[in-house]
Design a protein around this ligand. Structure first.
Ligand code: LCS
Length: 391
């Protein structure tokens, strides 16, 4: 039988391993497991598959169902569920890098990831450089003898820059490094980095995977070997996803395909509206022909997602007036929820980046980021139209 389509896998993958004929996967709210006998316990503790304790993967059958579903969607063999996207990234770097290794990271990146790489990791003797990964020549020049991992965010937070995953996957392999991709913005619905040549995908489940703005979680998906390597750091760092969150992610994914279609449709409408608005000087959305990597985005993504950013004329003052004037859309960080959220990267999500770095990357004081929700598009557009009138 041919592999079911993406939407069918959203609904069915990972489901159905339930006792008592339960239709929905239950929440296995337990911290530990009772063994049949001492021999079985010893076998599981020496590596045989089986549940032993919630911090150790497989954590619970609820987590296992979620992991099976997300692996099916990302096209990966194995995965691990974390308490946050940051916890997934920490387990990734702890497992793949050691003192003296070099990490080549994209320079347009979520502020938290930038903080992790630039301050925490360097404390442990890992060298990090941030380069423009939209430029092949710059990536090649940034490689060092000791480069062990290239890390990308594509589309990148918050300017929506797009990096060529297939090309950079090949560059990484030739250099003996692995390629890790943060797929939070695109989600597997619009982009499958593992199928494009990445070795591992990390994602904040807090965003589109959960999808409703009510949980914190993260996930890593890769081949079995990488996930096996990540297990020990994951267990020892202790950033395991909670069982209720695993269940919410499992449920959220059932509608990922529907939500992403609507997020993207609304985002395109808003991007076009803003693009032609006299008070807006620039719109960053990969679906617009004006986006510098529009052609690449069209090749490696099957749609452009629900995130965009734009610059209002008049800088920070105008941007703040706009954000304060919106009525339907909320001023909040995070993204990927059903409702539209607006934030100011320079003073919020990316405040941790030095100002000169932000400005050189296009994260100007006037930049406003929008996570476009799944409301009716005319209501979102009206809110922005009225808000822009007030600046
Ligand atoms: N990766 C990306 C691309 C993100 O945007 C975030 C969080 C993370 C990883 C970390 O995930 P978390 O630990 O929060 O689950 N991004 C946020 C943002 O843009 N606003 O608030 C959080």
């Amino acid at each position: 039988m041919k592999e079911p389509g993406f939407g069918t896998r959203c609904v069915h993958a990972g489901e159905g391993h339930n006792p008592y004929g339960a239709h929905a996967t239950p929440i296995y709210q337990t911290s530990t497991y009772v063994f049949d006998n001492a021999e079985q316990a010893a076998e599981i503790f020496s590596g045989a598959s089986g549940y032993r304790y919630i911090r150790s993967a497989p954590n619970t059958p609820t987590h296992a169902a979620f992991i099976e579903k997300i692996c099916s969607l990302e096209g990966g063999e194995a995965g691990l569920a974390f308490s946050s996207g940051m916890a997934a990234e920490i387990a990734l770097v702890l497992s793949m890098l050691k003192k003296g290794d070099h990490l080549l990271s994209t320079n347009i990146i979520y502020g938290g990831t930038f903080g992790l790489f630039s301050s925490l990791m360097t404390k442990f003797g890992i060298e990090v450089s941030f380069v423009d990964t939209t430029n092949e020549e710059i990536i090649r020049r940034g490689l060092q003898e000791n480069t062990k991992m290239i890390f990308l965010e594509s589309p990148a937070n918050p300017t929506m820059a797009i990096s060529d995953i297939s090309l950079i996957g090949k560059i990484a392999r030739d250099a003996g490094a692995i390629l890790a991709v943060d797929n939070t913005f695109a989600t597997p619905y619009f982009q499958r980095p593992l199928c494009l040549g990445a070795d591992v995908v990390v994602e904040s489940c807090t965003k589109y995977i959960g999808g409703h703005g009510d949980l914190l979680g993260g996930v890593a998906v890769a081949g079995r070997e990488i996930i096996q390597k990540m297990k020990r750091p994951a267990v020892l760092a202790g950033g395991t996803m909670g069982t209720h969150e695993a269940w919410l992610c499992l449920r959220g994914l059932k509608t990922l395909h529907l939500r992403m279609e609507r997020h993207a449709k609304n985002a395109m409408q808003l991007a076009q509206f803003l693009h032609s608005h006299p008070r807006v000087s620039r719109v960053n959305y990969p679906g617009l022909a004006s986006h510098p990597q529009h052609a690449l985005a069209s090749r490696q993504m099957s749609g452009w997602g629900g995130m965009l950013s734009f610059e209002v004329k008049g800088g920070i003052d105008a941007g703040q007036r706009l954000m304060n004037s919106l009525k339907l859309c909320s001023l909040a960080v995070s993204l990927g929820s059903v409702d539209t959220l607006v934030e100011h990267p320079a003073s919020m999500t990316h405040a941790v980046m030095p100002r000169e770095m932000r400005e050189s990357l296009g994260i100007s004081d006037g930049l406003v980021r929008v996570s476009v929700g799944i409301e009716d598009e005319e209501d979102i557009l009206q809110d922005f139209a009225e808000g822009l009138e007030k600046i």
